[in-house]
Design a protein around this ligand. Structure first.
Ligand code: SF4
Ligand code: SF4
Length: 439
C-alpha cells in the first residue's frame, strides 16, 4: 500500500520526506507508549494501543490485513491525543501515521449510512462559524430550559448516545457576545512592543467569544497592537484530524490568503487544537509548489497566546485573584505543541492565585476534537477518569486552553450534579490585569 504521506508530510526530525512505510518502521515495539495511551488504559487491548495500531497499519500496507470495519474501528477509537508521541523514545511520528491512515479510510472504506450521515452533519456545521452562530439562539433557549442538565440526567439515557453527547455539551451562550464582532484593530496600550494578528477560531468565536475579547485586552495591555483579519474561516483542524485531507487543505489555503499580506510579528491563536494544525501548515503543503512556501511562512509565525506572552517581559500590573486553579493540559497544546510550562508561568504571575496540578494530567480528557461526538462511550469513560482527578484536588476553578476540553469536563461534572467554573488562562490574566469579571 502506498499512502501519500510523503507528499503532505516531510519527517521534520530530518527535514526530509519519508514514506509511510519508513515512518512505521521507526517503531521498535518497546511498548513505552502503552501507559500513555488512554484507550489502552481503558480496555487493555493491544489493537487499541499505539503499538497495536501501528501493527495494523503495517499489516494493511503489506496487504496481509484487510482494511475493513473492524480495523477501522481500532483506528477510529484513537483519540489522536498524541500522548504516545511525547512518550515514544524512538521519535515515532504517530501523528503523521494516524492522519494518513484516516485519510485512507475516508477514501476507501464506505461508512455505514447512519454513521456517514452523522459525520456529514458534524462537518457541515462545526468548521463554519456563521452556521455555529446561527445555532446560538437555539442553544441559548435550550440552556434556559435546562436541556444540558436534563440530557445529563436519567432522562437523557433514553436518547441515542451521540445525540445525548451533543445535548450535554451545549455551551452556555451569551447572544450579545456571540453576535458582537471583534475590532479589526486594537491599539497597544503605552509604547508599542509588537504588532500581531489573531486567528479567531470557529467554536471559540461562536461559543466562547469572551476568550477572544480577553486575548485582545491582555495583548493590548502588554503593549501589542492586534489586528483581526476579516473573513476568517476554519483552520482545517477538525477535517485534518479526521482524515478529510482535501477539505483541510481548502480551509488552510483560504486562511493563509487572509493573513499572508499582513505585516505582523506573530500570528496568535488561543485554541490548542487549532494551534497545532496552524503550526503544521508547512508539512501539510510540503511537496506542493504553489503552497509549500506560503504554508511554511504562515506556520513559522504561529504562536499559542501563552507561548507568546510568556516570552514577553510582563508590563501590565496584576491584581490579586485569590483562587485555587487547576490547570488542565489540553493534548494539542501539551503533546502536539509541547507547550506546558508557559501557561503555568503566566498564571503564576497573578498574585495570590494558587496553581494546582491535576493527577495524571498528561492523559486526555476524551474530548479530542470531534472524538466525543463520534465515540461517546469511550470519551465518557476517559473523561470520567479526568473528572475524578480534577475533583480530587478540589479547585475553585478549572483553567483550560481548549474549548472542547472545557465542554467535555463540564458536561461530566454536570452529570454528577457538580459544577466547577472554568476559564481560559487568558481570561484569568484578563481578570487580573483589566479587572474583567470571570465567567
Ligand atoms: S510507538 Fe514508540 S514507544 Fe510505542 S512501541 Fe513503538 S517505538 Fe515503542
Ligand atoms: S494518539 Fe492517544 S489514543 Fe491514539 S494511540 Fe496515541 S496515545 Fe493512544
Amino acid at each position: 500500500m502506498t499512502v501519500p504521506v510523503t507528499d503532505p508530510h516531510p519527517h521534520d526530525a530530518g527535514g526530509d520526506q519519508r514514506s509511510y512505510r519508513d515512518l512505521i518502521a521507526d517503531c521498535v515495539h518497546c511498548g513505552f507508549c502503552l501507559p500513555a495511551c488512554p484507550t489502552y488504559n481503558s480496555w487493555g487491548e493491544e489493537m487499541d494501543s499505539p503499538r497495536g495500531r501501528i501493527d495494523l497499519m503495517r499489516g494493511i500496507d503489506d496487504g496481509v490485513i484487510p482494511l475493513d470495519s473492524v480495523v477501522a474501528g481500532h483506528i477510529d477509537a484513537c483519540l489522536g491525543c498524541m500522548g504516545c508521541v511525547t512518550a515514544c523514545p524512538s521519535g515515532v511520528r504517530y501523528d503523521l501515521l494516524i492522519e494518513a491512515t484516516r485519510a485512507k479510510i475516508e477514501e476507501e472504506l464506505p461508512r455505514d449510512p447512519a454513521d456517514g450521515a452523522f459525520r456529514n452533519f458534524v462537518f457541515a456545521l462545526f468548521p463554519y462559524p456563521g452556521r455555529l452562530r446561527a445555532l446560538a439562539p437555539f442553544l441559548a433557549f435550550a440552556t434556559k430550559l435546562g436541556l444540558p442538565r436534563i440530557a445529563a440526567g436519567p432522562l437523557g439515557k433514553l436518547l441515542p448516545a451521540r445525540l445525548r453527547q451533543l445535548a450535554t455539551m451545549a455551551p452556555p451562550v451569551s447572544l450579545v457576545q456571540t453576535f458582537a464582532s471583534l475590532p479589526a484593530r486594537t491599539p497597544a496600550r503605552g509604547e508599542r512592543r509588537a504588532r500581531v494578528a489573531l486567528v479567531a477560531g470557529c467554536v471559540q468565536r461562536a461559543f466562547f467569544p469572551g476568550v477572544n475579547a480577553a486575548t485582545l485586552r491582555v495583548l493590548a495591555a502588554e503593549g501589542c497592537e492586534v489586528i483581526v483579519p476579516p473573513g476568517q474561516g476554519c483552520c482545517g483542524a477538525l477535517s485534518l484530524h479526521s482524515g478529510r485531507l482535501d477539505e483541510a487543505k481548502r480551509f488552510a489555503q483560504a486562511l493563509i490568503a487572509r493573513f499572508e499580506r499582513k505585516q505582523v510579528d506573530a500570528i496568535i491563536i488561543n485554541a490548542a487544537g487549532c494551534g497545532s494544525t496552524l503550526k503544521e501548515y508547512g508539512e501539510l503543503f510540503a511537496g506542493d509548489p504553489a503552497w509549500a512556501a506560503r504554508g511554511a511562512a504562515f506556520a513559522a509565525k504561529v504562536q499559542d497566546i501563552s507561548e507568546y506572552l510568556a516570552a514577553l517581559e510582563p508590563r501590565a500590573p496584576r491584581a490579586p485573584l485569590s483562587l485555587r486553579v487547576a490547570y488542565h493540559d489540553a493534548c494539542h497544546l501539551a503533546h502536539a505543541q509541547r507547550v506546558r510550562e508557559q501557561p503555568r508561568s503566566l498564571l503564576r504571575t497573578i498574585p495570590e492565585l494558587q496553581l494546582l496540578e491535576i493527577p495524571s494530567g498528561d492523559q486526555c480528557c476524551g474530548s479530542a476534537g470531534t472524538y466525543n461526538l463520534f465515540q461517546p462511550e469511550s470519551a465518557h469513560e476517559i473523561g470520567s477518569r479526568k473528572v475524578d482527578n480534577v475533583q480530587s484536588v478540589a479547585p475553585d476553578m478549572l483553567a483550560s486552553a481548549n474549548p472542547g476540553c472545557t465542554l467535555q469536563i463540564q458536561s461530566i461534572l454536570r452529570e454528577r450534579g457538580a459544577t466547577l467554573r472554568a476559564a481560559h488562562p487568558i481570561e484569568l490574566l484578563d481578570a487580573s490585569i483589566c479587572g474583567t469579571s470571570l465567567p
